[in-house]
Design a binder for this molecule. Structure first.
Ligand SMILES: C[S@@+](CC[C@H](N)C(=O)[O-])C[C@H]1O[C@@H](n2cnc3c(N)ncnc32)[C@H](O)[C@@H]1O
Length: 241
């Protein structure tokens, strides 16, 4: 199945007309970056590609941690917002299924809330493998379909599915499926589950009303270790041997 690029661009360009793309609370953004730094062993001075960077919320946080960043996205308008806010980051309009980088040339890659937008993530995974240097690492984070809230609100098969604020091809991921797709390229891959990723923004007005309850569950309910596979976000990470 192929991604409808035009539909994706129109959706995110339209969003950029109203606001930057920054859906998590500051606390959650920091937790995502800390987790990515740990899992992909991001060290000061390394070059990192932020794939699906949107308006560059995470690209900027990576830069603040001393990384040399390139943000890449389909939406020219979101990229423009990123460019206006920061100096020293290259923002490129490109497709993650055809990365404009040479083979074996990149230290680190972050796929920021991107994989669940791709109808065929294998195309992007192959590109990640191709451009990473041997020993290079990647980290991806996406909503976990095993989390009851993510499933009920965002999976197409749920009776409570809401299409408000999402593109039609977007859906939470099954962790083992993403892991298998990246593994099939030759990458060594693991999963890690993260909770406490509270939201500041959801599109639907009903969901907005329920957001404090969601955020409360997110802060406390999934904390115990044995709840870990049900946490709201899965980080898929690994290395090119
Ligand atoms: C959920 S947003 C994430 C934005 C930002 N990284 C964040 O987490 O706040 C997904 C982003 O992926 C981008 N995207 C989707 N498909 C893409 C593709 N094939 N190539 C490049 N970017 C893509 C969209 O334009 C959008 O900005």
């Amino acid at each position: 199945m192929l991604q409808n690029k035009q539909q994706e661009i129109e959706f995110f360009d339209k969003l950029a007309d109203v606001q930057e793309y920054n859906v998590f609370t500051d606390e959650a953004n920091q937790k995502i970056i800390d987790t990515a730094i740990e899992l992909a062993q991001l060290k000061k001075g390394m070059q990192v590609l932020d794939l699906g960077c949107g308006s560059g919320i995470f690209t900027q946080l990576l830069q603040q941690n001393g990384l040399q960043c390139v943000g890449l996205d389909l939406s020219q308008k979101l990229l423009r917002l990123g460019k206006q806010q920061t100096a020293g980051i290259d923002f490129l309009q490109a497709d993650v299924e055809a990365l404009p980088f040479a083979d074996n040339s990149v230290d680190r890659i972050m796929l920021s809330c991107l994989v669940h937008h791709l109808p065929n993530p294998a195309l992007c995974a192959k590109e990640v493998f191709r451009v990473l240097k041997p020993g290079g690492r990647f980290v991806a984070f996406d909503p976990n379909r095993l989390n009851p809230f993510m499933y009920l609100y965002r999976d197409h098969s749920s009776p409570f599915y809401s299409s408000n604020g999402v593109t039609p091809n977007e859906r939470p991921v099954l962790p083992h499926k993403v892991r298998n797709i990246f593994q099939a390229t030759g990458l060594q891959v693991n999963s890690c589950y993260v909770d406490g990723l509270t939201y500041r923004y959801v599109a639907s007005s009903t969901a907005k009303g329920l957001l404090p309850i969601y955020n409360m569950f997110e802060r406390f309910f999934f904390k115990p270790f044995w709840m870990s596979p049900l946490r709201s976000f899965v980080f898929t990470y690994g290395m090119k041997p």
